[in-house]
Design a protein around this ligand. Structure first.
Ligand SMILES: [Zn+2]
Length: 306
């Protein structure tokens, strides 16, 4: 499990926060699209059941299933929800005029309870795993996870970074052959500096003229051939994936600045594209390092990368 449900205070402790799991349930169900009919108020009987509507739209008509939601927060003891924790389900449905029973549990439903639920016409259980997968699924879910699971969600975010919102438009480095935005691909491809082969042969001088961006493999191969025919040779490729490691990024930027100081020859086109690489990868590195990236830097340093 990524989210630690023990971050939510225990239900039976008088801390004033004992309703937090019910509030999470309300926010979670409303995020999934259920309409909240009755908030988790503590009734006279001490029960904190919630009532929600699910509107099901057909082509010409719509109908509503009214759900009675039972919240059980047993994460601190870790025990499953048993049939003895959910008694008189049919009576409770009748009393609240509900069509279906929904359990929202911070642990799991026991086999005995699952057996009883299968006798109901409409029933549904969101256990901790289902809740977690729905919350981590998209950005709206992340907002809820951040509010109710601040510690474990923060840890998850560090290890699963998304680009920071820095520029108005999404950062782009597109493959010069197929046009795919490489920053959106799981494998970010390469950027390749090109030098003028004529000048190199005549004056033994490397003058970088241009740069191309490419998916690894076929696109890269085809672009290399295309530029070679026009007298530009590839002067080494670098992985954009690797560049999105915050430490590698700053090392490469420093190397680039040093090369200007050393008056390496770089024409305006190549120079501007190099700047484009750093600008567009910036949202990807303005963040904490993942453990995997820290390990990678250690390996690179061991091979005297700096
Ligand atoms: Zn491509």
């Amino acid at each position: 499990m990524i989210l630690d449900f023990k971050e939510i205070p225990e239900a039976n402790k008088g801390t004033g926060l004992q309703d937090t799991f019910e509030l999470l349930t309300r926010d979670f169900l409303s995020y999934l699209g259920y309409r909240i009919v009755q908030d988790p108020d503590r009734g006279a009987d001490g029960k904190k059941d919630l009532i929600v509507d699910e509107v099901i739209k057909g082509i010409t008509s719509e109908y509503t299933i009214r759900w009675l939601v039972s919240c059980k927060h047993f994460a601190h003891s870790g025990r499953a929800v048993n049939d003895s924790d959910e008694i008189n389900i049919s009576d409770r449905l009748k009393q609240h005029h509900c069509d279906g029973f929904m359990g929202v549990y911070s642990t799991l439903a026991s086999t005995s309870l699952s057996g009883i639920l299968q006798g109901q016409e409409h029933y549904l259980v969101f256990d901790r795993e289902k809740i977690e997968s729905f919350l981590l699924n998209n950005l709206d879910g992340h907002k809820i996870a951040c509010r109710y699971f601040p510690t474990s969600f923060k840890k998850y975010q560090i290890e699963n970074p998304t680009p920071s919102k820095i520029f108005d438009n999404n950062a782009e480095l597109c493959c010069d052959y197929c046009g795919k935005n490489l920053l959106l691909e799981s494998e970010h491809g390469n950027y390749v500096l090109l030098y003028d082969s004529d000048t190199f042969e005549k004056e033994k001088k490397t003058v970088y003229k241009d740069m191309y961006f490419a998916c690894c493999g076929v696109c890269d191969h085809l672009l290399r051939e295309k530029y070679r025919k026009s007298g530009l040779n590839d002067g080494g490729w670098e992985s954009i994936d690797e560049l999105c490691n915050p430490t590698v990024w700053i090392m490469r930027l420093m190397a680039f600045i040093n090369s200007i100081q050393d008056e390496h020859d770089m024409d305006k086109t190549a120079f501007e594209k190099m700047k484009k690489v750093f600008i567009n990868t910036y949202p990807y590195i303005a963040r904490h390092m993942t453990e995997k990236e820290k390990q990678r830097v250690k390996t690179l340093l061991a091979f005297e990368f700096m």
